[in-house]
Design a protein around this ligand. Structure first.
Ligand SMILES: CC(=O)N[C@H]1[C@@H](OP(=O)(O)OP(=O)(O)OC[C@H]2O[C@@H](n3ccc(=O)[nH]c3=O)[C@H](O)[C@@H]2O)O[C@H](CO)[C@@H](O)[C@@H]1O
Ligand SMILES: C=C(OP(=O)(O)O)C(=O)O
Length: 420
């Protein structure tokens, strides 16, 4: 299993090119299941989750052609299976997103339940109840969701009693081929929802209101192939900006989307960073100063993203002053805290709050990455810790960060991947 070895590094300096967003690419690639033609997707990040998605689509019988490293052609117009097996689904929770499109196009789908993960139980009740409202019969048997519908799914008004990114995406895709109009109320407003809506519309779909809490989908009889470019990864961008802030550095993120990062940029400014933005770039300059601790509460978009929480715990641990970070989205998303404590960070956990006492001098240690963003927070800590840090179990990291070690090396970080 690969690991990363990180030594105390100079302040990060230079330019980093941001990849396409994992969390947009997964539903967008999966939406090819809705079409009757070939789809070409560009700006697709090279990640383990993308490989898993392509394996899943291939398993259904889709034809895949990866023309270069960041573009992929998918022809899912004819499938020979509508079953997503446990072996693939267990490695990537987003696999549940195949349920809506398979059901809408083929009238049935069998998808293994993804199960819980390190950050929480993550049930899929909202995905299932939404599809039932659209006329599907849904049973859970032997760990599989078995869903079917007589004829087409029917448009419905669906009120989500919790804001869910995945459920909004699943239901948007199902509704795209349903008969009649579907209205999703209390929909998630993440930029990745807007990207998926834009992609469905490029296929000939009729989705409006994405990015607001009310999404309206007028079902159409068929969708065609399309060309679509995935939006930039706001979480990768935020991760590099925090790494630069923690290291007292100065970097510029190119091919980024500043409009998707308001909450994160505002916290970085509060922490003392000078931020400048252009149409597709963001720069951060700490002017050689350490950050100041900030208080953060994770919320659905446009609030502060839970996928940036772990990185800010590291920022607060080395910052001047005390801060509190509150996690409201997932019930168990502080697995990085005990690892950071092993490196000398002064953090106290109380319920869903992490109280940080700043100015910790971190010391390198072997640490264990427990989930994707926890891994990122440990790498950032390793950059400023005295001595050597080894981050083990980085397969989590490879799910969501394209070439993170070479991107960090180009900014001056002392980081190596060790293959075992
Ligand atoms: C591939 C992808 O895009 N992953 C993102 C997506 O995950 P994902 O789509 O899984 O996250 P959700 O928005 O669905 O989850 C939000 C909360 O709702 C709960 N819930 C969700 C569905 C449901 O049927 N029932 C239920 O109770 C979850 O347990 C969680 O507590 O949004 C999360 C929240 O921004 C991000 O952290 C993930 O990076
Ligand atoms: C939690 C994340 O992803 P997933 O929903 O794929 O587990 C993430 O991207 O931080």
């Amino acid at each position: 299993m690969d690991k990363l070895v990180i030594k105390e590094s100079p302040p990060l300096l230079g330019t980093v090119v941001i990849s396409g967003a994992k969390n947009a690419a997964l539903p967008v690639l999966i939406s090819s299941l809705l079409t009757d033609g070939a789809c070409t997707f560009t700006n697709v990040p090279k990640l383990r989750d993308i490989n898993t998605t392509l394996l899943l689509l291939k398993d259904f019988g889709a034809k895949i052609n990866q023309t270069d490293t960041n573009s992929v052609e998918i022809d899912a117009s004819q499938l020979d299976s509508v079953t997503a097996s446990y072996d693939l689904v267990r490695t990537m929770r987003a696999s549940i997103l195949v349920l809506g499109p398979l059901l809408a196009k083929y009238g049935r789908a069998n998808v293994s339940l993804p199960g819980g993960c390190a950050i929480g139980a993550r049930p899929v009740n909202l995905h299932l109840s939404g599809l039932e409202k659209m006329g599907a019969k849904v049973d859970v048997e032997e760990g599989y969701v078995r869903a079917s519908v007589n004829g087409r799914l029917q448009g419905a008004r669906i009120f989500m009693d919790m804001v869910s990114v995945g459920a909004t995406e699943n239901l948007m895709m199902a509704a795209a081929l349903a008969e009649g109009t579907t209205i999703i109320e209390n929909a998630a407003r993440e930029p990745e929802i807007v990207d998926l809506a834009n992609c469905i519309n490029a296929m000939g779909g009729k989705v409006s209101g994405a990015g607001s809490d009310k999404v309206t989908i007028e079902g159409v009889e068929s969708l065609s192939g399309c060309e679509y470019s995935i939006l930039p990864d706001r979480i990768e961008t935020g991760t590099f900006l925090v790494a630069a802030a923690v290291s007292k550095g100065s970097i510029r993120c190119e091919k980024a989307d500043p409009t998707s990062l308001d909450a994160v940029l505002s916290k970085l400014e509060q922490a003392g960073a000078t931020i400048e933005v252009g149409e597709d770039w963001i720069s951060l300059d700490m002017k050689g100063q350490a950050p100041t601790a900030v208080n953060v509460k994770t919320l659905p978009h446009p609030g502060f993203p839970t996928d940036m929480q772990a990185q800010f715990v590291t920022l607060n641990a080395v910052a001047n002053g005390n801060g509190v970070i509150t996690e409201t989205i997932f019930e168990n998303r502080f697995m990085h805290v005990p690892e950071l404590q092993r490196m000398g960070a002064k953090i106290e956990l109380e319920g869903n709050n992490a109280y940080t006492q700043g100015s910790s001098t971190l010391k390198g240690a072997p640490v264990m990455a427990t989930d994707l963003r926890a891994s990122a927070s440990l790498i950032i800590a390793g950059l400023v810790a005295k001595g050597e840090t080894t981050v083990n179990r980085i397969y989590h990291l490879d799910r969501g960060y394209e070439a993170i070690e070479s991107k960090l090396q180009a900014l001056g970080a002392n980081i190596e991947r060790v293959k075992e």
